[in-house]
Write a protein that binds this ligand. Structure first.
Ligand code: GUN
Length: 619
């Protein structure tokens, strides 16, 4: 990709969702965001009103402009921005959707893209082939191949300008996967997921989960992912949770035309409502009676304003949720707004194993645990990896454990006098007690009435202390963070553990007077010192826990400066976001330890920004 191309810069994240920004010739676009659709023939809302509501980018159709002699002439003379009267980012679509609705269009791919470039579109679109959900696998496969060829046909232009390459593939997961990979490997700097409008209109959200995830997980994360036509606020949170950055929508206009008002979790018909919602921008300007009595043109325009406001309001909430790391919870609670959303939420749970590697080691927010459904979420699936084999453990009752408190009596009189495996029971998920402080075990918020069963073990366990709970704890957490077996190798029996006098919690783990790791109070995980990094480096081989950087970068990193994506040579794909990693030079010599800001799966894709922030470096 060249310098002219837009790329995603990531500011905040939660799993696959992200707050980012990209830049075009007409400024920054903050994501997640929506491009309201503007039909150059009918200006529904004044541009000033749209800007006031928060519009940073719009999308319009180059096909409509080109077919109309006056619009075409004006666009060529003044440029697209002059024609529309908007100075922000303008993306253009190609006529693909018209060809889907009305049959063939009269223009060809090459001249369609050339025209968009000529009128100075910020992001142009090829004439892709819209596959419908009803298409056969064979037909959809041919459409994926043809869409890819059409991109290759204009790659010389895409080398210099931002051109979007839609991902097609109908309802077929293998084809979405293929299309996402093909389009990611072209010069396309922007990747819309196409062919989904019929599914969105029919509330087929479960199928959309498949389509979005197959597309996202197989695409280049440095490129914004757009959902073509996904502008109903009801589904936006879920789409963002699955990795969508951008939306476009004519829904604010389409619904207004039918006298429908958008709400963040559904739609209402104007004649049916008695009150305007309190948050509506129309409140205090018009009474509901006035609106109902308006002549249709005026009503259409103000309802469009209300609808666009509802969309921006939802986007603002979604962004706030990502910042506070509660988007998963938000989507989970919103999924009760409609049975199709609930079905889709349950479909997401079937992907938990695949999406778990993208979720941070810890979140700022607690884990809301609602029962076995939460156990199937990415954090539940992650904890499940620590579950002991059946029949080899004892479970604790609520007398021995409730969040953030494991009974002292149990530790001293049972745990440390036995060799048994003891687990906390979360609606069937068995979590080793040594994980009690690590996210999300301590940070869980559970239902009030916890089952208070009797413990499944007896208390007569000899008289001698035969192991140390704190040592077992740091070993277990090291296994969780750095791989099975590392705990025992890193923290041998001669380690010293210091305990905070104030909180009674572990503070540091040392060996022969040298601190190897500290235990963080907020998430219960280990933070490695440089010496701890050396130890981990010594016991782990290959790329495990490592980010290998160029010699030049290693020089900077060894002085405490961050690792930038572009200087990474090799890395461990299993790195979790926010986990500690070893930064090594091309000869595999440790230069620093730091915190990975994205997952190992994404790290090689980004071009701009920081991959690892350094905590400690070689002296
Ligand atoms: N608008 C809605 N869906 C699509 C699509 O699949 N491709 C293009 N180019 N535009 C769309």
């Amino acid at each position: 990709m060249s310098e002219q191309h837009l790329t995603m810069q990531i500011l905040h994240r939660e799993g696959l969702s992200r707050i980012g920004r990209f830049k075009t010739a007409h400024g920054f676009v903050d994501t997640p965001n929506i491009m309201p659709v503007i039909n150059p023939n009918l200006k529904t809302l004044p541009i000033e009103t749209m800007k006031k509501l928060g519009t940073q980018a719009i999308i319009t159709n180059s096909y409509i402009i080109r077919r109309n002699a006056d619009l075409k002439e004006e666009a060529l003379r003044k440029g697209l921005h002059g024609l529309i009267g908007f100075d922000g980012t303008i993306m253009t679509d190609s006529g693909t959707f018209q060809s889907y609705v009305y049959g063939d269009v009269e223009f060809r791919n090459r001249d369609t893209v050339d025209f968009q470039i000529e009128i100075k579109s910020d992001i142009s679109t090829i004439l892709d082939i819209f596959s419908t959900p009803a298409d056969s696998h064979e037909k959809a496969y041919n459409a994926v191949k043809e869409t890819h060829s059409r991109f290759l046909e204009i790659e010389d232009v895409a080398d210099r300008y931002n051109v979007s390459g839609p991902i097609q593939g109908s309802i077929y997961n293998d084809l979405r996967r293929k299309s996402a990979r093909l389009m990611s490997n072209t010069m396309a700097s922007y990747l819309p997921v196409g062919g989904v409008v019929p599914l969105l209109e029919q509330y087929k959200y479960s199928k959309l989960v498949d389509i979005i995830l197959e597309s996202k997980l197989n695409s280049d994360f440095s490129k914004p992912i757009h959902l073509f036509g996904g502008g109903h606020p009801m589904f936006m949170g879920m789409a963002v949770l699955l990795g969508i950055d951008m939306f476009d929508s004519a829904s604010y206009v389409k619904y207004a035309r039918d006298d429908r008002l958008l709400y963040t979790d559904g739609t209402r018909y104007l004649p049916d409502i008695a009150e305007l919602p309190y948050w509506s921008p129309l409140n205090n300007r018009f009474s509901i009676r006035e609106i109902k009595g308006m002549e249709s043109k005026e009503r259409f325009s103000i309802l469009a304003e209300h609808n666009l406001f509802a969309i921006f309001q939802e986007l603002s909430e979604i962004r706030e949720r990502i910042r506070e790391n509660t988007l998963w919870q938000y989507v989970e609670s919103k999924s009760r707004a409609h049975p199709s959303l609930y079905a889709a939420f349950r479909r997401i749970l079937t992907y938990s194993k695949r999406i778990e590697p993208y979720f941070e080691l810890y979140r700022k927010s607690p884990l809301f645990h609602f029962g076995s459904e939460t156990n199937r979420s990415p954090y539940g699936v992650r904890l499940k990896k620590m579950e002991p084999e059946k029949g080899t453990y004892f479970t604790l009752s609520s007398r021995e454990w409730s969040p953030a408190r494991l009974s002292h009596d149990f530790i001293k009189n049972v745990y440390e006098k036995s060799r048994g495996t003891f687990c906390i029971n979360w609606s069937g998920l068995k979590i080793p007690v040594e994980m009690e402080e690590a996210y999300p075990v301590e940070q869980v918020i559970q239902r009030e009435e916890r089952e208070s069963s009797t413990p499944g073990f007896d208390r007569n366990y000899g008289f001698e202390k035969i192991r140390d709970f704190n040592l077992e704890k740091v070993r277990m957490i090291a296994d969780f963070q750095f791989g099975s077996g590392t705990g025992l190798k890193m923290f041998t029996d001669d380690c010293e553990i210091s305990i905070s006098r104030n909180t009674g919690r572990i503070r540091t783990i040392s060996k022969s007077g040298t601190i190897l790791a500290t235990m963080r109070a907020h998430d219960g995980f280990l933070g490695l010192t440089f010496e701890g990094g050396l130890k981990l480096h010594e016991i782990s081989e290959g790329v495990k826990n490592r980010v290998m950087v160029t010699d030049e970068s290693a020089q900077f990193n060894s002085q405490g400066k961050s690792v930038f994506f572009r200087f990474i040579v090799k890395l461990d794909r299993n790195i979790l976001p926010l986990n500690d990693v070893l930064v090594v030079d091309p000869q595999d010599r440790l230069v620093a330890v730091g915190r990975a800001l994205v997952s190992g799966k994404e790290m090689s894709m980004y071009k701009d920004g920081v991959a690892v922030s350094i905590n400690h470096h070689v002296k």
